[in-house]
Design a protein around this ligand. Sequence first.
Ligand SMILES: [Zn+2]
Length: 452
Amino acid sequence: MKENKNDLMEKIISLCKRRGFVFPGSEIYGGMANSWDYGPLGVELKNNIKNLWWKKFVSERDDMVGLDAALIMNPKVWEASGHLANFTDPLVECSICKDRFRFDVIQAQEPSNSDGTYNCPNSKASNIKLGESKHHGILSKPRQFNLMLKTFIGPAEESANVAYFRPETAQAIFTNFKNVLQTSRKTLPFGIAQVGKAFRNEITPGNFIFRTREFEQMEIEYFIRESDWKKYFEMLVGLMREWISEVGINSKDVEEIEVKDLAHYSKRTVDFEYKFPFGQKELYGLAYRGDFDLSNHQKFSGENLEYKEEETEKPFIPHVIEPSLGVDRTLLAVLCSAYDDSDGERLVLKLKPKLAPFKAAVFPLLRNKPELVELARKVYLDLKKKFNVAWDDRGNIGKRYYSQDEIGTPYCITVDFDSLTDTSVTVRERDSAKQERIKIGELESFISKSLE
Ligand SMILES: [Zn+2]
């Protein structure tokens, strides 16, 4: 039978809540629309994704360096980047309930009325769901609505003190370009990477953690000479394909789209779209941005952001290619790819071992036998110095296996009566459910190997 896709999304959301991956935000106060909190297992999975990304794109390479900039920057940054003027969505507003809707979504349907106007979508919804009296709101003409999340710095809420939470991590990389260049002594080509939160006042957030107003990005600006752009674009496409497979996202569910409607400064942009249960949506983007950003920052700041390597070389503004990845979307695509209840018996979260919140779980066969518990505790505490390891002594072994399978723990280690004499334990592998005896002294290298 074909998997019902929406069903899969519901199952993932339910698993996330039940096992502590993702909770609805501010839940004890009735929640807050489209905010989500990562629980004990979710934060481990998320950190593992970010660490794997940092390792692959920064620490294992000699052409990348990192950065961790402030969330709130000088508002002039957003003037220079074009966000204050152009980072907008066209919105329409209901004349009665005042709710706002994205014009592109509304426009995709036939007008409700012969004069070309649209009725408020809430007029239908409230009628069905709540039995409320139907209102006859008409939607306004579209107006531009800025997606920047505004705040005030200091005690006075005056326009002079307006600031914005960054809508992307990338701009801080450009504003630090000169500092990084001077201190890291990198020469072209090289990249600056940053992982961090970004904020957008989205009108239509939704689909669980796919689109939220507060989210986390992993971004790189890769600085190059203009003549080299095709070569390095291909290199970065290749790295992103490798990443998709290394993080455990099913490559067959990813489609690379050549973006046709390019920004004026971009010569090529590729979107990596993933077949989420709610439809095929953007997962990652790779954009060649020319020298647009650094040129603008040079113009607006008055600082010289040019580069030159040789004495004889004429100074120039480097061009840049930007791989942009969402952490939360990655986590969701990883969960969708890993979720497997196809055998009807058990649910297995087939996470790559290096992403799994726990690398192993340790059990004493019986919890009421002190000699088993003592040895099992020792095995557990020794492994815990090296890996994140779980402990479970409740219920029967079958239930413990099931419980670890659904959070993706690759190995279950059981200390039994034989262990007391042969210093070995039973190690059961998650996906195959195969068991083998392993010497306690070899457990650490056994687990390490699975993480390579
Ligand atoms: Zn309305």
